[in-house]
Design a protein around this ligand. Structure first.
Ligand code: SF4
Length: 402
């Protein structure tokens, strides 16, 4: 396969419903009382309510519900594992199949984009309170939005050049185009949230911010990649998933040919690395992980997408050694329950085995003036979980002002 620009690649999985298809899908909804789908959303996006609006042909009302509850509503429509959350809880599943909640959310958010409307309302009264949010990932953005709506002055400090944290730098454009994330971020700008970019907050500055601001929220994420403690792990050619994805997204034209690629890790990040390698023209790609195919943590749609691209998935094997002379040439794997081994030839190995907190942040504890949320608090979960935590923190911060 020739090298494809990942920036131009748009697979069918992010195609939106048109009006007729959205109405058909919404008309399947049972309009449940106390909707189970709404209970299944960690961000409290309330699909039961917005689907009811779509069914009544009130797409503005649907977009308003999503926006009021989820500042990252457009991004979540594309990247949420709905099959494990709202759609898993959907009452329609017992009859035939769940309502395609993500697709309906995407439809309402595309309507918002087409009309360039703002559905968010902000209280006129300024509370006189100031809050600093550290990091601009989903938890911080959600916390900032809820506070700004209540009349709090919020400043977000972000060490990178662009807003969005992992969503911006590590999710490939074929899953989340920058334009969709920008649509969400523009809502925060309309709420008056301020951004200090290229600003890394050191532990010493954090103490200063605690004095300068009424409260501080830390949602700095888990950017430190985990490594594998096995022979050869430092050989050139063994790269970390987040570095690989960030480079592919920002600067893929400058990347050296990948050759034969082995990816280690069966989560969404591993699948993203596999698909990105394919789009960048890798010669062969194997994605190997410890779990069974069904048990691998990536959502089914990501596994299906990787299958569709013709990538080989090898389950229930663990890496035991990276082999090479001056650079990685092979990886040896052993089955997790027996002695069988396999040897895969490679030019590039991508480690997608998880992230942890940086040393700066791992000693931070929640206290009277510091609130913590997102991957830092939960060890690395979904964006929608982080949004839920950011919202809970915002509610606690508002409570602290009473
Ligand atoms: S659970 Fe399913 S059927 Fe019930 S309101 Fe939610 S989307 Fe509709």
């Amino acid at each position: 396969m020739t090298r494809t620009s990942v920036l131009e690649y748009e697979p069918t999985k992010i195609e939106a419903y048109d009006f007729r298809r959205a109405m058909e899908e919404a008309s399947r909804c049972l309009l449940c009382e106390d909707a189970p789908c709404s209970k299944g959303c960690p961000a409290k996006t309330d699909p039961g309510k917005f689907i009811r609006s779509i069914r009544l042909k009130n797409v503005n009302g649907a977009a308003e519900t999503i926006r009021e509850n989820n500042i990252l509503g457009a991004s979540c429509a594309l990247i949420c594992p709905q099959e494990k959350l709202c759609e898993k809880e959907c009452s329609r599943t017992g009859i035939d199949r769940p309502i395609q909640i993500g697709k309906l959310q995407q439809f309402a958010m595309e309507h918002e984009r087409a009309l360039d409307k703002t559905y968010l309302s902000k209280k006129d009264t300024y509370t006189g309170k100031r809050v600093a949010c550290i990091g601009s990932g989903p938890a911080s953005l959600a916390c900032a939005a809820d506070l700004a709506k209540e009349g709090v002055e919020v400043t977000i400090f972000e060490e990178h050049q662009k807003i969005g944290g992992m969503l911006r730098y590590t999710i490939p454009p074929f899953r989340l185009p920058d334009s969709v994330l920008d649509q969400d971020i523009s809502q925060l700008e309309k709420l008056g949230v301020k951004f200090e970019l290229n600003h890394r907050v050191t532990p010493a500055e954090l103490k200063y911010l605690q004095q300068e601001y009424d409260q501080v929220f830390v949602g700095a994420g888990t950017w430190q990649p985990k490594k594998l403690p096995i022979p050869g792990a430092d050989l050139p050619g063994v790269v970390l998933a987040l570095d690989f994805l960030a480079q592919a997204k920002e600067n893929h034209k400058e990347m050296a040919p990948l050759g034969d690629v082995v990816i280690i890790g069966g989560g969404d990040v591993g699948m993203d690395c596999a698909a990105t390698s394919k789009l960048l023209g890798a010669t062969s790609i194997y994605n190997v992980f410890l779990e069974s195919l069904e048990g691998a943590p990536a959502v089914q749609s990501e596994k299906d997408f990787v299958f569709k691209l013709g990538i080989s998935l090898i389950s229930e094997f663990k890496p035991v050694e990276f082999i090479g002379n001056g650079k990685v040439e092979k990886v040896k794997f052993q089955h997790i329950t027996n002695e069988s081994t396999i040897l895969l030839k490679c030019d590039t190995v991508i480690l997608a085995v998880g992230q942890k907190m940086s040393e700066d942040t791992c000693s931070l504890k929640e206290s009277e003036h510091i609130f913590i949320g997102g991957d830092m608090a939960n060890g690395g979960n979904t964006a929608v979980q982080a949004i839920g935590e950011g919202r809970i923190a915002a509610a606690k911060i508002m409570e602290s002002f009473k």
